[in-house]
Write a protein that binds this ligand. Structure first.
Ligand code: ZN
Ligand code: ZN
Length: 216
């Protein structure tokens, strides 16, 4: 990909982390580049928080390139279905919000039909080939497009979500699986994990394995 500021080796690593190059990943790479430039380097600690409004391909580029990851708790997903990424400094709340501009995705007229066929596994080999070559062209054009055509970038003041806390675990009274205390639900005086709570409410057997028999 030309046009991005990311070095080729990192690009290869992002693609292998995600599994393929695609327009969504290219979008995420461009957003991550803005974050690295405006908010700061790869976050080894939790100083930078990413709030992502999508759960699509681009989030993998954000995680890999910026160090804001699901496991560290400095990647927050808001399920709004928008290609929007906000990066915030925990220390002072300074942030940038990077949101897709209309038309940035460049889907040619034939795309919808080809995508439906590929998805339904009814595409001919030629149609599949055409679809993936369009995807590669779109990825390359997203990579090289001027940033202003792709994204709107605005400074924002955000209260970053609190840092992840280590909490105690309680054993669920039904399945016995240790469950973080903040996620435990109470029903008829018993402390239950969420799936067991829902199963018990619905009058069904718990989803997970039953508790071990008492000792002795
Ligand atoms: Zn993808
Ligand atoms: Zn349980």
């Amino acid at each position: 990909m030309t046009g991005t500021r990311t070095d080729p080796q990192t690009l290869d690593q992002v693609v292998s982390f995600h599994g393929h190059m695609c327009p969504g990943l290219a979008m995420g790479i461009r957003a991550a580049e803005v974050a690295l430039e405006r908010i700061g380097p790869h976050s080894a600690d939790e100083e930078v928080v990413a709030i992502v409004e999508t759960d699509m391909c681009g989030v993998d580029a954000v995680q890999f390139m910026t160090g804001c990851t699901f496991g560290k708790g400095n990647l927050v997903h808001r399920d709004y279905g928008k290609n929007v990424y906000t990066f915030v400094h925990r220390s002072d709340g300074y942030g940038v919000r990077i949101s897709s501009r209309p038309g940035g995705w460049h889907r040619p007229p034939e795309w919808d039909e080809l995508f439906a066929k590929v998805r339904a596994r009814s595409a001919t080999p030629q149609e599949r080939e055409r679809f993936f070559s369009i995807q590669q062209e779109r990825s390359a054009s997203i990579a090289s497009m001027p940033l202003e055509e792709l994204y709107d970038v605005r400074e924002v003041d955000v209260v970053a979500p609190p840092q992840a806390r280590i909490l105690a675990s309680l054993d669920c009274a039904l399945c016995a699986e240790p469950t973080m205390e903040s996620r435990v639900r109470r029903l008829d005086g018993r402390e239950l994990c969420q799936p067991c709570f829902e199963a018990a409410l619905a009058g069904k057997a718990p989803v997970a394995a039953p508790p071990l028999p008492p000792k002795g």
